[in-house]
Design a protein around this ligand. Structure first.
Ligand SMILES: [Zn+2]
Length: 297
């Protein structure tokens, strides 16, 4: 058995995994914790939980999905938590005396979603897939011939930081005009909140209700968002010519508003170098569990 951990911008998801399935799952929200001690909070929670679970299960290894760029178990950049050069692998291996593997969270989710697809259709075992995790930012993973593509010296596949507008909006990474400044759910939500004068934080069903009740007032925002996503996705299709593109992350909850229109834009515009009559654009199926499961692959 393995333990899969998904370290998010404001929470930790942790699960016991057997045969690529979650047996037991735990969550901790740390959005109200002091950012200055965030590493301590993260490590204390993981250490306590893992030790507790080891009394119950035979745990052979741990996989951690992190929202950032990873090299040899060191997180070089985790912009949302303000952490740089954090050797989470070494720190936790010393505390827990167990083998730990660390990988970018979007790549973990990509692996889990791909595994789920192959489980339902063996013919896709050697497929080419582009996966996008669209949430606070945009993360990505690419499967080529059934294998996850990974960088050597650097992590790579930072799809969210592909520039889609020269001299565009500033991004946390230091560049301007990055895809995630135009295509993330966070940016979309901020625009809608500003237009409709919603000062407070809204999530889930409440947000969906607002979007559904104000379709006319936010029509231009929706159309621009669809156009931004279609542009970014078309660049990826033109480069990788994948058999399918999977859209995951928080976007999944709003995909009913956008998916068909993105597909329509891809097919009926000149965005695709190789024009197609149809394209396999899918929505991720595993939700928040994808990171926890995929971390153990
Ligand atoms: Zn960027």
């Amino acid at each position: 058995m393995k333990i899969g951990i998904d370290l998010g911008g404001s929470h930790i998801g942790l699960g016991v995994i057997e045969n690529k399935k979650i047996i037991e799952k735990f969550e901790k929200d740390f959005s109200n914790e002091d950012k200055a001690h965030i590493v301590e909070v993260i490590e204390n929670y993981i250490t306590e939980k893992v030790n507790e679970l080891r009394n119950k299960y035979d745990i052979e290894s741990i996989g951690i999905a992190v929202p950032g760029s990873v090299q040899n178990g060191i997180i070089s950049k985790m912009v949302n938590l303000g952490i740089t050069n954090y050797n989470i692998k070494q720190n936790l291996e010393e505390k827990l005396n167990i083998s730990i593997h660390v990988r970018n969270d979007a790549k973990c989710a990509c692996l889990a979603e791909f595994n789920n697809i192959v489980k339902n259709d063996e013919n896709l075992r050697s497929a080419n897939i582009v996966f996008l995790s669209i949430g606070t930012g945009i993360g990505g993973g690419v499967i080529y011939n059934g294998k996850l593509l990974e960088g050597h010296n650097f992590d790579g596949y930072e799809i969210g930081h592909m520039v889609i507008k020269e001299s565009g909006l500033p991004c946390k990474c230091g560049k301007y005009g990055c895809f995630e400044r135009y295509g993330s759910i966070l940016e979309y939500k901020n625009k809608v909140k500003q237009r409709l004068n919603i000062p407070q934080e809204v999530h889930g069903d409440a947000l969906r209700e607002i979007l559904d009740n104000n379709r006319q007032e936010i029509l231009d925002i929706n159309n621009q968002y669809i156009s931004n996503l279609a542009l970014g996705i078309s660049n990826l299709i033109n480069i990788f010519e994948p058999d399918m593109v999977i859209l995951g992350g928080g976007f999944s909850h709003f995909s009913y508003m956008f998916k068909d229109k993105i597909l329509d834009t891809l097919i009926n515009s000149s965005l695709l170098f190789n024009r197609r009559e149809n394209f396999d654009l899918r929505i991720a199926e595993l939700g928040n569990d994808a990171g926890i499961v995929g971390a153990t692959f």
